[in-house]
Design a protein around this ligand. Structure first.
Ligand code: PMP
Length: 393
């Protein structure tokens, strides 16, 4: 059985990199192993050597709002946003680093939901919402905040936080806030606002923007995320949360992220100057496009599954029109299927049911970020699934 996180109970148990033809395919978690081949090709350009005497102190930059943020990572983050044009990260904005953006979401809730109110601050997100928001908000049964589910149904008068995910996990759509009320504070989760997933149509400039190394370059194992924060007081409170929970973030991970983000930038700039090799974003976008084309082909012939169409837009970064190719497929089964996740599980494909995202069980979320062989096996199996008489599932 796969635990709630979707991660395997025993390492390797449902996690093959070269799967046998009848292996269980875990497409529940968005584990970005599809990018490994690209980084193998980068050879030693991203290697780091760290001696035993380096990086020993807790402290990175005592003068900065986020005192445990390595200056090199700060520089690389601002550089990549400036280059891609997806978010305003100029000098006046505060950067807070976290152990993944999952920890930063918790830091943001802590910063935005003051103690001492008559009731906990409501936390909402438009359905279908990323399933972890509910898990994170409910885990500690905090008195500071309370999960209130779908933002479309929210009609309370009190203070609230709305999380806006754009492009959205699970359905890939570009979104804006939906609650129209002045008592609210917004957290924008822009994990997928990168040019391999979606056209970059403008420079985002929100109060709190969350990004993650996991989905930008595929290095989920480094557990690096960052928040770009306008208000210094909020950044200080978020930093306080990190200080109390983990006294900062691994410097080894930060330096690795700094190096890799820097390499992506160097390559984009070099490749723009007419070299033949592909930059990371070009490579990842080509792979995502190929995968989505293949998936659409299979879905076209399916009597059970369907997919929504994504709009095309002009990308200011790549200077071309293209369709969003999200990190997840949000598959809908026809009405004869009561439990899409169960149907796929019967074919040894692990996915995440729509009900975890505030939607119904005819939907499932399927990761598009697996290794190549797992993805191809998934398509093979998907194309053979039929609903037999009497197995209305
Ligand atoms: N936000 C969204 C929308 C995500 O999909 C994910 C990862 N699945 C995260 C945040 C968390 O990323 P991290 O690995 O940085 O904790």
């Amino acid at each position: 059985k796969t635990p709630a996180s979707g991660l395997p109970a025993v390492s390797g148990e449902t996690w093959p990199t070269t799967p046998s033809p009848d292996a269980v395919l875990n497409l529940d978690v968005g584990d970005p192993t599809m990018y490994e081949a690209y980084w193998k090709g980068a050879g030693d350009r991203c290697s780091l050597v760290i001696s035993g005497s380096e990086l020993m102190s807790y402290i990175s930059n005592p003068g900065s709002t986020c005192w445990f943020l390595e200056p090199e990572l700060d520089k690389s983050i601002r550089r990549i946003h400036d280059l891609v044009g997806n978010a305003v990260a100029e000098d006046g904005r505060h950067i807070v680093v976290g152990t993944g953006s999952t920890q930063l979401l918790q830091a943001a809730l802590y910063a935005l939901c003051p103690p001492g109110l008559p009731k906990p601050t409501s936390v909402v997100c438009a359905a279908p919402y990323y399933s972890c928001y509910q898990e994170v908000t409910e885990l500690l049964q905090s008195n500071l905040y309370k999960w209130e589910g779908d933002a479309h149904n929210f009609d309370k008068d009190g203070p609230f936080v709305e999380i806006v995910t754009s492009p959205n996990n699970p359905d890939g759509l570009v979104r804006e806030a939906v609650v129209n009320c002045p008592n609210g504070k917004l957290v924008h989760d822009l994990a997928y606002y990168w040019p391999h997933y979606t056209p970059i149509t403008r420079q985002a400039d929100y109060d709190i923007m969350l990004f993650t190394f996991s989905k930008c370059s595929g290095h989920a194992g480094s557990r690096i995320g960052w928040a770009i924060v306008k208000d210094k007081e909020v950044a200080v409170k978020m930093t306080k949360f990190m200080e109390v929970t983990t006294i900062g973030v691994s410097k080894e991970s930060q330096l690795r992220a700094a190096k890799i983000l820097g390499t992506i930038c160097d390559d984009c700039q070099a490749f723009n100057a007419n070299t033949k090799s592909e930059s990371f974003f070009d490579h990842a976008k080509r792979l995502m496009t190929e995968r989505w084309d293949k998936l659409h082909e299979v879905i076209k012939r399916s009597e059970i599954f369907s997919l929504a169409k994504f709009p095309r837009d002009y990308c200011l970064f790549s200077a071309e029109f293209f369709e969003t190719h999200p990190a997840f497929a949000w598959l809908k089964c026809n009405n004869k299927v009561k439990d899409s996740e169960g149907l796929l599980r019967g074919h040894k494909i692990l996915t995440r049911s729509g009900n975890r995202f505030g939607a119904d069980r005819t939907y499932v979320r399927v990761s598009m970020l697996s290794g190549e062989e797992v993805f191809n096996l998934f398509l093979e199996r998907l194309s053979t699934i039929k609903i037999g008489i009497g197995n209305g599932n």
